[in-house]
Design a protein. Structure first.
Length: 292
């Protein structure tokens, strides 16, 4: 089918779509769209000592909108060019904001604005005095990240009780997404939980979760007294960070470590301790001595 026949058979919606696509501005695969900041740089030209007296190294971040004010400090003409294409220091034919940003040669204030699209190390120089040359570096933007902090970082709890800590997650360098919390205890014993265990965090924001550590105890079982380490992991896909909470479990009475708290009762004027041995309840009775 020829292009003409296809066009005749196309619906009006397709024709409108084609016209819309034709009206879109052209894109360049080597000029990615990167969110950046606005940066203003002031350069003063001196023929004998260079830009700003020392040809300083200029560093910006990919995606930055850069404005450079160029003036003369010695009263003679200067012109700025940033050699992004790396051809020659004397080539001004490709001077443009999308190729090699530059100013005209003048002793008066000149300004050039451009977007730093490509990561790399380049040269900037004076088109009148090529010996006035310095480094212009476009660095990659930082990778979005997050931090995790516990407050407090240590807990002391009794057998059969619980302790809590606040886990704070903070966005770094524009991170946003859902973070999932998990916890492991070494050695095993206490039980950990999070409320909530999954949180959405916005760019530049923070979120908090409550960590609860339980030293389960009862008539027949309890967590052994001692030191424990709770490792808390916050993850988002392949990105994860950890923090640690130290936990000390101590008994609330004078019973030996690991021994159950045995209830007391009074039967017939005698103190009775109830315990269980192989499923059989044993009554230990201490009789009172008869009064003399």
């Amino acid at each position: 089918m020829t292009a003409a026949k296809f066009a005749l058979r196309s619906t009006p919606a397709l024709l409108l779509l084609g016209l819309a696509l034709l009206m879109l501005p052209p894109t360049h695969p080597l000029l990615p769209s990167v969110q950046g900041s606005s940066v203003t740089i002031h350069l003063v030209g001196y023929y004998t000592t260079g830009w700003n007296g020392s040809n300083p190294r200029i560093t910006v971040t990919q995606g930055d909108t850069v404005t450079i004010d160029v003036s003369s400090g010695d009263g003679i003409q200067h012109g700025l060019l940033i050699d992004f294409d790396g051809d020659t220091l004397s080539d001004t034919a490709d001077c443009s904001p999308t190729a090699d940003p530059c100013t005209i040669q003048s002793a008066n204030l000149q300004t050039v604005t451009f977007t730093a699209n490509n990561v790399g190390s380049y040269k900037y120089y004076c088109t009148v005095h090529p010996s006035m040359v310095g480094d212009f570096v476009v660095q990659a933007p930082p990778t979005p990240n997050f931090s995790i902090v516990s407050n407090p970082t240590s807990l002391s709890i009794m057998q059969g009780s619980t302790g809590t800590a606040t886990i704070t997650l903070s966005s770094l360098d524009g991170f946003s997404g859902t973070l999932n919390l998990t916890g492991t205890v070494s050695p095993s014993g206490p039980i950990v939980s999070f409320s909530p265990s999954s949180m959405a965090i916005l760019s530049g924001g923070t979120a908090t979760s409550t960590l609860t550590v339980s030293s389960a105890g009862g008539l027949y079982s309890s967590v052994t007294d001692g030191n424990y380490s709770v490792s808390i992991t916050a993850s988002n896909g392949t990105l994860s960070h950890q923090t640690t909470v130290q936990v000390i479990v101590g008994s609330s009475n004078s019973s030996p470590s690991g021994a159950p708290n045995l209830p007391l009762a009074v039967l017939g004027g005698a103190a009775v301790i109830l315990t269980a041995v192989a499923g059989i309840t044993v009554y230990l009775v201490k009789k009172r001595k008869p009064a003399k």
